[in-house]
Design a protein around this ligand. Structure first.
Ligand SMILES: CC1=C(CCC(=O)O)c2cc3nc(cc4[nH]c(cc5[nH]c(cc1n2)c(C)c5CCC(=O)O)c(CCC(=O)O)c4C)C(CCC(=O)O)=C3C
Ligand SMILES: [Fe+2]
Length: 374
């Protein structure tokens, strides 16, 4: 790190754009949000009503937008601390501030090259391409109004040391709260349909696809580093939460609650839940884990600690700025060695056409793709 920061180290980018999922902030926003998220995707009404109840339990307010506000403030602080003078904007896919409005604001403020960072760290249709489709829609709205922006995106960062270190610190703290034994580690992520998992990431794909592979890598790395530090060998595995869709459609398993039942039957008495699939405390974390899985663990008489999400952990925030600097080097065609955990995958700065396909609407245009190759 140089002593005198170069304020233009993020060139050619003149704006950063935090892209997130969005969530309701009041009871009357819950159902419109759910309809927006599931528009035309055949999620049964009972499931929508059920998920609505999760939000109403928390006064109709999802934590996700507040988490984004905190992350924005932390990113601005980190950038300023490094002497990097670049504005940071924020747009959501499913609620205000809408991505299309933010894109228009960026253009109106005179910016032309934008670097997007999503609050989603892994490859898959839901966690990657769908954001790129929404970026395209937002971008094309601005283009139709007369401004051509160029938008790039920071690569998937789950295997970046910043994200891994933040999660490692959280697991370490949760393990320390279980003072009497070596707890079983359950790394948790959002379940997705197996068809989506199988086609996640760029071809050629492993039999499990990039979504599962990446989560396993992160879980393995955290468990390994923990063992290096403490000598304790925690049993660990990947489990899933927040399944939706019709029961006939296979989704990734096991569900965290089902696995807790099995572990209790095997005599496991304490578990740490590490939500590595979520960048911050989303509804999936505060309901599916802190409420539902907590009830399951209590009923089974198991000790359960939930590790914190990356949130605004300094390692994570610094890592996102490092990733932006790295992407800027790539954009300037300068050599940039991608920072990644040992033996890990750095992921792609631009996804090929057949990466994380949209199985429902294959032709839908995206932004931040790689030019078609021979
Ligand atoms: C992989 C993945 C992530 C992680 C990557 C990322 O972060 O983007 C994620 C994040 C999120 N998912 C969220 C909320 C919802 N997801 C739903 C539905 C679905 N998610 C899916 C996948 C994912 N989702 C899928 C395959 C569906 C089925 C329908 C479809 O194919 O679209 C539904 C509909 C109801 C239901 O079916 O549960 C809701 C309300 C929120 C907001 C939480 C908050 O408010 O705090 C966040 C951050
Ligand atoms: Fe979701």
């Amino acid at each position: 790190m140089s002593a005198r920061p170069d304020p233009r180290a993020l060139a050619p980018y003149d704006a950063l754009l935090l892209v997130s999922f969005g969530g309701p902030e009041a009871p009357e926003e819950v159902m419109p949000f759910l309809r927006q998220v599931t528009g035309g995707r055949g999620i049964p009404d009972e499931r929508l009503a059920e998920v609505g109840e999760h939000y109403f339990l928390f006064g109709g307010r999802s934590p996700i937008n507040d988490q984004c506000r905190d992350l924005l403030a932390a990113l601005r602080g980190e950038l300023a601390g490094r002497g990097l003078d670049v504005p940071v904007y924020w747009g959501n896919r499913n609620t205000a501030p809408w991505l299309g409005d933010t894109m228009a604001e960026i253009a109106a403020d005179g910016h032309r090259r934008v670097l997007a960072v999503t609050t989603s760290a892994y490859p898959s249709y839901s966690s990657c391409r769908q954001y790129r489709e929404n970026l395209f829609d937002a971008w094309s709205g601005v283009r139709d109004a007369g401004t051509e922006l160029q938008v790039d995106r920071v690569r998937h960062y789950a295997q970046h040391p910043g994200f891994v270190d933040a999660n490692l610190a959280a697991v370490r703290e949760a393990v320390a709260r279980v003072d009497d034994e070596v707890p079983h580690l359950l790394f948790v992520t959002h379940s997705i349909p197996t068809a989506m998992a199988d086609s996640a990431g760029p071809p050629p794909r492993s039999s499990t696809g990039s979504y599962v592979d990446w989560h396993r890598s992160v879980a393995r790395e955290i468990a390994w580093q923990l063992r290096q530090e403490s000598g304790d060998e925690h049993p660990f595995e990947l489990v899933y939460c927040s399944r939706s869709g019709p029961p006939s459609q296979p989704w990734l398993e096991p569900d965290v609650n089902d696995r807790l039942e099995e572990l209790a039957a095997e005599g496991v008495r304490s578990v740490v839940l590490a939500p590595i699939g979520f960048v911050s405390d989303h509804m999936e974390v505060i309901f599916d884990l802190d409420t539902e899985a907590r009830e399951t663990a209590d009923r089974l008489g198991m000790r359960m600690e939930r590790a914190a999400t990356a949130g605004v952990h300094p390692a994570f925030v610094a890592g996102l700025v490092d990733l932006a600097l790295e992407r800027a080097s790539v954009a300037r065609a300068e050599p940039a060695a991608p920072s990644v955990v040992e033996g890990g995958s750095p992921g792609l700065v631009a996804c090929p056409a057949d990466c994380c396909p949209n199985l429902r609407e294959p032709g839908r245009p995206t932004l931040c793709g790689a030019p078609a190759s021979a």
